[in-house]
Write a protein that binds this ligand. Structure first.
Ligand SMILES: [Zn+2]
Length: 508
């Protein structure tokens, strides 16, 4: 980034980097020179954990209730949506965060019934690990007090032992298997809907960390038809919610625009809804979260995937979940030291865990951006000791662990990488409280974790930095992040986004 104000590109590759005047002699018919004209040039951002289609779904087929500041507001959003789209057979919505509401309670089926009774309604909490269904949805799903809850899941009941509409973790499958599945074409529409917002933040590469077989087909088709428009790394899931049999292990695939090189598991839930598996209790509660995986099944599936040359990425946030995953990864590392072993999130690792991760080639994709949007939940649910080492990026880096940053959107609404970088540096919640200040890293480090390190953890070495020979994915910024106050990083505007040497987005 330093001293570079022009890039020479031949076809889709960077052939030289330097001052515009110096590069001028290189111009010939196949070379174009991009003159930054005083703007800041940097590699495109690579969000290593973003549910792309779900981001797009909230712009297309699913109601976005992330802005609801109270239960009543959410209910009126549902009511209005039902009126606007009378032909939708199932109403699905996502994004409430009851921690920000007055009584802080999860909504139940009775709340949803107040606005929609004749049609099934399914509302996913912001974390996607908890959801609420109305009475009609329970009825069409055949849910009663006698329903057998799958292992690693939870179905809440009211005082009379009747289901109250709240489900968590693998039990979400009890409802979701009855919701008409999206078609491949709808999935493609969602991906395209998400892409514009990604470009506007300068995101040129992304990893979808939970891909089911139909979505994988959609991605392959988009790749083959040259329709992706950004570098996509897909991580297929093997275990669907609800305890059905595992999906087949996918084939490894490597191309410039599309890679499949790891498989995904979920070992626990989220901190913001108290489903991450902790060793100690959540604050003022007897809950310790939910551990979702069965040891033997998880190990066997990882091993089979690794025998096919695939790495593994496992969601683990609570200290109990992290320990469980590290134990399996340690075992796998003996036979597969060079394959990627990722822990997604890594919210509450202990010092011991970090040592073991470094010793056993375990990498991580973390979300400092949670601190800004979900920090209020962390403060509410975590005791002081947990809060003090929540998303401890600096400690993780000090142990020499390969680390990338990411957003996990749509878990957060604002997935601008500069917002994640701001949170990595300031450790501030959106309410201006500071969480684990000692874990702050520099802007320069954070930028690297969103670009170069992202390509290392995704095993996509052809892009991620501005160097001769790399694929020409880069962005132009109106201000230098290294000289901007960390609190003002999100005021920086992405002026142009380039993928494969082409300008795909321009601010106006
Ligand atoms: Zn996620």
């Amino acid at each position: 980034m330093k001293g570079c104000d022009a890039i020479a590109i031949e076809r889709n590759k960077i052939t030289a980097v330097g001052k515009f005047e110096e590069l001028k002699p290189l111009i010939h018919s196949n070379t174009k020179i991009i003159d930054a004209n005083g703007k800041i040039v940097m590699p495109g951002f690579n969000d290593t954990h973003i549910h792309i289609w779900k981001v797009g779904n909230l712009k297309t087929f699913m109601l976005d209730v992330r802005g609801a500041e109270s239960l009543d507001e959410m209910l009126s959003m549902l009511e209005a949506y039902n009126k606007q789209y009378p032909d939708v057979s199932w109403i699905t919505a996502r994004g409430f965060n009851e921690a920000a509401w007055k009584d802080g309670k999860l909504p139940t089926k009775d709340d949803l019934d107040k606005v929609i009774k004749d049609k099934p309604v399914y509302v996913i909490r912001t974390c996607a690990h908890i959801a609420v269904a109305n009475s009609k949805a329970l009825e069409v799903s055949g849910i009663t007090s006698k329903t057998v809850v799958p292992e690693g899941g939870e179905m809440q009941t009211n005082g009379n032992g009747q289901p109250n509409g709240i489900f968590a973790e693998t039990a979400l499958g009890l409802i979701t298997k009855n919701i008409p599945a999206y078609t491949k074409e709808e999935l493609k529409q969602m991906v395209k809907a998400a892409r514009g917002e990604m470009y506007s933040y300068g995101i040129t590469a992304a990893t979808d960390p939970a891909v089911d077989p139909l979505l994988l087909e959609a991605y392959y088709e988009m790749y083959a038809a040259n329709e992706l428009g950004f570098r996509l790394n897909a991580i297929p899931i093997l275990l669907p919610d609800g305890g059905e049999k595992p999906f087949p292990i996918p084939e490894k695939f490597t191309a410039d625009f599309f890679t499949v090189n790891a498989v995904k598991f979920f070992s626990d839930g989220g901190l913001s809804g108290k489903t991450s598996a902790l060793k100690r209790h959540y604050k003022n509660s007897d809950e310790k979260g939910i551990l979702r995986l069965k040891h033997a099944q998880y190990f066997d599936l990882c091993k089979s995937a690794m025998e096919k040359g695939l790495g593994a990425a496992t969601h683990a946030i609570g200290d109990a979940a992290i320990e469980f995953v590290i134990d399996i990864y340690k075992e796998l590392n003996k036979n597969f030291p060079s394959l990627m072993k990722r822990i997604e999130h890594l919210g509450l690792p202990e010092e011991k865990h970090l040592r073991e991760m470094a010793e056993n080639n375990i990498a991580t994709s973390m979300q400092t951006i949670f601190i800004s949007e979900l920090g209020k939940n962390f403060i509410k649910y975590l005791d002081e000791d947990y809060l003090n080492h929540c998303y401890p990026v600096k400690s993780v880096l000090q142990h020499g662990i390969l680390t990338a940053l990411s957003s996990d959107a749509p878990v957060v609404k604002n997935f601008n990488p500069l917002k994640g970088i701001e949170a990595a540096v300031t450790r501030k919640t959106n309410e201006r409280e500071i969480i684990a200040a000692q874990e702050s890293i520099s802007v320069e480090e954070a930028l690297k974790l969103y670009t170069y390190n992202s390509s290392v953890i995704s095993d996509t070495p052809k892009f991620g930095s501005i160097e001769k020979g790399k694929l020409a994915d880069f962005i132009l910024l109106d201000k230098n992040p290294l000289t901007t106050s960390p609190d003002e990083l999100t005021s920086i505007k992405v002026e142009k986004t380039f993928v494969d040497g082409e300008c795909v987005w321009e601010s106006n």
